[in-house]
Write a protein that binds this ligand. Structure first.
Ligand SMILES: *[C@@H]1O[C@H](CO)[C@@H](O)[C@H](O)[C@H]1NC(C)=O
Length: 180
């Protein structure tokens, strides 16, 4: 009995260490190719910053993160303490968002490390469109999404529009581009 118990404990520890050894954060490179500054925001990890034209923000998203979203805000003004307001996508006046952005917002949505070792991702304009967006995986063979204008065919236009979610094997990194 004791032997079986310690053996199963051993395999549990082994399984856990495999999980932690081989499951890495996913890198999201968020690039602003618009001619104007964009203030990207990320949930649920929290955070946000100013991204000037031509700049990239590299964000590590924890493995297993679900129902995540990244969007851009425009025409923002923040004071030194990170309080202020954005013309679009404002999240309760915070530079580092803890709340969703006010619509309209072009949304990049994703869930990482789902069953069958897949990540799922999409662009949604259900809440409206504020900035052109591209969303792609860095692994070969995974689909790229591009939403240059409102009602773009790659994006969710209404909730039951269920052919718009793409998948990619977990462990890949992603790139989000404003004004692709
Ligand atoms: C993802 O990005 C991280 C950090 O740059 C890197 O270490 C890792 O090799 C990348 N993974 C893939 C699959 O490209």
């Amino acid at each position: 009995m004791a032997l079986i118990k310690s053996l199963s404990m051993f395999s549990l520890v082994l399984a856990l260490s495999f999980t932690f050894t081989f499951t890495h954060a996913a890198r999201f490179d968020i690039t602003n190719r618009c001619s104007y500054p964009v203030w990207p925001a990320s949930l649920p990890s929290g955070g946000g910053r100013q991204l000037n034209s031509g700049e990239t923000w590299s964000l590590d998203v924890a493995p297993g993160t679900v129902n995540a979203r990244i969007w851009g805000r425009t025409n923002c003004n923040f004071d030194g303490s990170g309080r202020g307001h954005c013309g679009t996508g404002d999240c309760g006046g915070a530079l580092q968002c803890q709340l969703s952005g006010a619509p309209p917002t072009t949304l990049a949505e994703f869930s990482l490390n789902q069953p069958n070792n897949l990540d799922f991702y999409d662009i949604s304009v259900i809440d409206g469109f504020n900035i052109p967006m591209g969303f792609s995986a860095t692994s070969n063979g995974c689909p790229s999404l591009r939403c240059p204008a409102d009602k773009c065919p790659d994006a969710y236009l209404f909730p039951a529009d269920n052919t718009k979610t793409k998948s990619c094997p977990s462990g890949t990194n992603y790139s989000i581009v404003f004004c692709p």
